[in-house]
Every structure is written in structure tokens, then in C-alpha cells.
Design a protein around this ligand. Sequence first.
Ligand SMILES: [Zn+2]
Length: 775
Amino acid sequence: MDTPRGKLTRRRFIRETVAGTVAVAGTPAMLAGLARTAQTGTARLPWYRRAYLWGQTNITEKDPVRYDIDWWRGYWKRTEVQGVIINAGGIVAYYPSTFPLHHRAEFLGDRDLFGELTKAAHADGIFVMARMDSNRTAEDFFKAHPDWFARDLDGQPYRAADKYVACINSAYYDEYLPGVLREIIERSRPDGFTDNSWAGLGRESICYCDNCTRKFQAKSGRPLPRKADWNDQAYRDWIMWSYARRIEVWELNNRTTRAAGGPDCIWSGMNSGSVTAQARSFRDLKEIGARADIMMLDHQRRDDDTGFQQNGDTGKRVHSLLGWDKLAPESMAMYQSGPGYYRVASKPAAEARMWMIAGIAGGIQPWWHHVGAYHEDRRMYRSAEPVMRWWKANEQYLVNRTPIANVGIVWSQRNTDFFGRDGSAEVVDAPYTGFMHALVRARIPYLPIHADDIERAAAALKVLIFPNVGALSDSQVAAIRGFVQRGGSLLATGATGLYNEWGDPRPDFALADLFGCHRAGDAAPRATGGRGGGTDPIGAFAPSPSGHTYLRLLPELRAQIDGPRSGEEPAIAGPRHDVLRGFEETDLLPFGGSLTPLKVDAKALVPLTFVPPFPTYPPETSWMRQPTSDIPGLVLSEHGRSRVAYMPADVDRRYAREHLPDHARLIANIVRWVARGTVPLSVEGIGLVDCHLYEQPGRTILHVVNLTSEATWRAPVDELIRVGPFKVTMPVPARVTKPRARLLVSGSAPAVAVAGGTASFEIASILDHEVVVLE
Ligand SMILES: [Zn+2]
């Protein structure tokens, strides 16, 4: 829609004019788009590469009789939005659709609310993504097309409340929805489309409709699996087939919208920031990232396990797949969305603000989200405005930047599926989260790295972290070996590489030689079967019966343990390894997990060993029955320039669960040891802050988010707590000799001292966040 008018071909001009309302709705948008293009000098970029600030009023069925469009236009303007998401069709139509079963909003009457809003937005120079919500219908639709709906094993339709769930393999997706998309384009010419729940039934429900039965048999040569069983090849094939179908739908929708609306009329379905949530709905984040022109994230809030920092992590994860030149706006609830769920009550302003800021720091573009067009709690209209106005003023430093980090945390959705199985929150997400929290706490910048991208990402990285990444394919293992051969270092925990890409156990760690240890003898992998998915052959991931276990700190020279010394008091002497720095006053660390023996190579060091469980209660019984063991908790080795730390102990997951500072310190120490002192950032000062380092031509940028608050670990935060001062050392931008620092929030310009390619300065204080531009 923002093609310069003079360049419209005659044919396209006629086509758009013939399309009726198009010329009227499109022209102001074109002109406004041109005006903005002239200002920002981004003429050649399509709209989805320069719509940074977003808003969405999620329209309820009641809204057609109370939607005050003029008021909302004022709100768009106050919040500087450049793109809006407007409900069009799907479960509920907000325009008079000619499809008789396309259910019109109860209070729509003959109104074309979608069309009116699209016209208003275009007149204001704002891009429109038509929002679909297309996966279920009312009963009349089901009765007219019973073969388009998902069925359980007994042939009964899958229901969601009073609605019927459409089958992703049916003509509902192949024919009906494309028809609706074309109708919306022809009527109102939105700039693109998004969809709230485009991926159909989730993993929890196998569809046995005729379409699925026939198509799965044709594709895999087997009948559909009767139940979820991760060890059954039919179930595995069904998982992969289900993923592939979502990509087909993604591509079909894009072909449809581009054919009807022009090459920039894209379709981009919404995605979650949680890999486990993506896995449960067959949305392959990597494959989608390779196809999406803009990533529309539906990720409204933090949870208590992951904190605000999770939004920065999501931004980095998504951009590592999309590239840093594309945009990733994220729907952010302005209503209270957890704990508790109150659609028409304002989220505490500080909570809404910090979620927005944490996302921005990771490369996410803010998108306010209200449910309903009329609110009696008017405080929610005040939360987004200051953040978005600040963004607008500082936009050039917040996009088109690339991260500076030499530590990567490896993940893959395949690992979430086939290693995590039904327990991925505990087996996959928690270890990752533990590292995320520990690195944030230590102010060590990192990037999430997909396991298939190791070779591509390796050049910039010194360290790869594998948080219990059980499932690794042979090619991923080969890429890791290549990384180490080129001098890269590893930190791996738990069952990393102990399984193949299907989650089937390997006889030994795929990287055993690099880890400096092997699975011990006859500890055969436990067959799990069924849905349990407790893949746990070395016992590293089952809490001990009491959970009352410890790790013993050993002197460095004791490279190998001679054997168990039950009943003896330990006599530990001699200097300790660097990874145990800061623990001089203790010989024990709390652990809480369980470990089993490993065979350790002669050259490897074991600075931590397992202390088996003993009672906690009654207190009279709480003494160590076995103060020492030969079971390693950490194995360190060096291979040429590479350092490898393998930690069987699930300290990462324990940190995510228990937040014990000892665990965070241990993790940070190990990361710094494998990185050989190359971490590019140092931030000294009191407080929990999340640091993101970037570069642009001629400048380096540091975004510091203050996570210190009266609700640091538990939403919602009401009061922010100012922290500082911080002494910062960060890289001087390339080809800059005397850099100056500017702070984009406080507005101050601290003095900079330069030494050896790094710049040092002080940030006096930070309330919510600060952005340092060094140029
Ligand atoms: Zn089906």
C-alpha cells in the first residue's frame, strides 16, 4: 500500500481502483506512508520493516455498539503507534462477510467495524494487520461441514467450550480460510494479516478425522498412532508430520494474501516466546523464523519462574533466527494478566512498563494490548504512552543493531520435543532458565543459539553452553566438535548429548571425549515408554528421595578420586580451582539433586563431588552417612586452546527453582573460566540488572534493565527501586579513538576513560532502565 503512487503500474492502479473502497482507503495511507518515508529515509523498506510501534484493541462482540473510533485515534497518536492489529474474521467476523457461516459479532448489525477502523488507521498513516482467530466455529458451521472438524478416537468432534475445533488438514484451512482472507483484502485492503491461533489443535489431541487418517497413512505408510507414546515411531512421525502441516498452512496463507493484496500483503501468524508452548502447538520457531517477514509475538507478561529478563531472552532468541534487521513486535497486556486474570482491570503500571522495557532491551518492539474498546479502569491507557514516546525519540538506537556477546546458550525445539517429551518445562526449560538467570546476575552478555546454527554463529562465539541439551543429532555433534577444533570452549550439563534427535539413548555421551568422562559400565538407560518421558539414564535429573544432598569442594591437585571413603571425615587441603573462587569459607555447596558414577579420564579434573542424601528430620538424624564419594559433580578438561566443563549436577535447573546464590556464582565462575577472561562487558555495582550489549556502525550501545524491585522474583511489581552507581567497562566502537558516552534515559554524559580498546565510565543511577550510547 505504500508503493509511491507515481510508480503504480496502470494495471495495478486499475485493479486497486476496481476493488472499490480500496482507492479511498489506500490513498491516505500511501501519502502518509510517503511522508514518513521521506522523514526516516527508509524508502526502500517495505512497511513491515519500519512499523516499530504497535497497538491492538482486541474487539469484543459487544464493541460494535460502543467503539469510539475518534477516541482511539487520539490514543494511537498519543502512543505513536505505526501499526495496529484490528479484528477482522475467523471465529467472529467484524464486517458483513458474504460467507453465510462466518459468524458475525453479536452486536455488529450491518456495521463494517473492521473496514471503518482500517480506513481510519490508513487516514492517520498507520499500517493495519487484520487479525484472524481461525480455528473453531459455532455449531451451525460444524453441521454444514462435519468433515472439516477434528475428531477424537471415538469419532466425536473436539470441542472448545461451545465451539467446534476445525481440523488443520481439512478444506477449512485449504479453501474456506483463503476465501475469507481474499474477501477481507478485496473489501478493506489491510497491509497484512496476523492470526491469534492459526496452528490448529495442539499436541495433546490427536485428530482421527477422515482427512487425517487418509493423509497420514499416505505420508507415513502407517495408521495414526492410537495414543501419545514417544517411543512409538508412528507417534514420532505424527509429530513431524504435524509440524510440516503448520508450515504448509503458513506458506499457503502467504501465497493467498500476496496474490490478492500484492507482494507486501504478508501473513504472519502469532508465536509464543516459550519454546515449550511452541512445541505443544507444532509451531517450529526456527522454520517460522526463516519464513516470517515480521515476527508477531503473543507473549503478554512475565511469570514468576522467568522474570522480566525472559522477555529480553525472547527478543534475542527470535532475532537470532530472523536476523536483527527484521522486526519482532510483541503483544503486551495492559490489563492484569497474571497472577490472576482481569481483562478489564489495569495491570500495575510499573509491571506493564518493565515488561515493555525488558523486551525492548532484547530487540522487541512494543505493542500495547487491550481487550475491549471501552474501559472503566482508565489507568491502563496511561501505561504504554511514556515508554512508546521514549522509544520514538530514541528509535535509531533501538533497531538495526547487532548484539555483542561471545557466550551462546544452545537450544533446539527438537530437544524440547524428543528429549523433553511431556516434561520439557522441568527437563529443558528449567536448566536453560537457570543459565539465563545466572548470566544476567553475573552481567555476562549471551545469545540463545539454535543447535542447527552452531556453525553459522560460531565465528563470534568463544563459549557454547548446553543446559541439559539431551537430544543432539550427529550433525549437531559434528558442528560442536568443529567449534572446539577451532578453539571454542564448552560448558555442558546433565544429559547433554546422551540421546539422538529422537530422544533415543546413545551408549555414551556423544561428546564424552571432550567432556573427559564416560557413562559408567552397566548403568543402562532406563526405558521410559508411555507418556512419562522421564529420560533419565544417569539419574541426574531425578531429585534424590530426600533432596538433601551436597557437592563437596576438592583441592585442584586431586585430579582423580581414589574411591569412596565412607565414614571418614574429609581432610581437604591445597589450593582450589578457579571455578571455586568465592567459596573459600566452605567445603560444601547445597545441591539437592542426585548423581551416579562416571568414568573420568586421567587428564580431567574433578573439583566437585557428590555427597549422597542424609536425613533432614528429625534433626538428631541429620548427619552425613557418607561424607565423600567418587561421583563427580563437575569435570574440567582442556583440549588445545579449548576448555570444556561438563557438569553432571543439575545446578542450572536448581538455580532456576531455588535461586540459591551459590549456584549462580558457581555457574558464572565456570563460564568465566571456559571463556578465558574474554567476556566483553563488566558492570560493577549493587543490584540485579540485565545487560544487553550491541553495536551499530561507529557506536556501541549498552542497555541496562533494572530488575531490582519489591517484586523482583514475583509479579506484579508496584514500586521501582533506584540502583547505582555502576562502574561500566565495555568495548570502544571500531575506528573510534575518543568515544563519548550519552545516557538516553537520564540524559547525562559521563566522562569516559579509554584503555586497551575498552571504555570505562560510571552510570550514577538507574530507576527502570538506561541506554548508553558510546560513539
Ligand atoms: Zn483431522
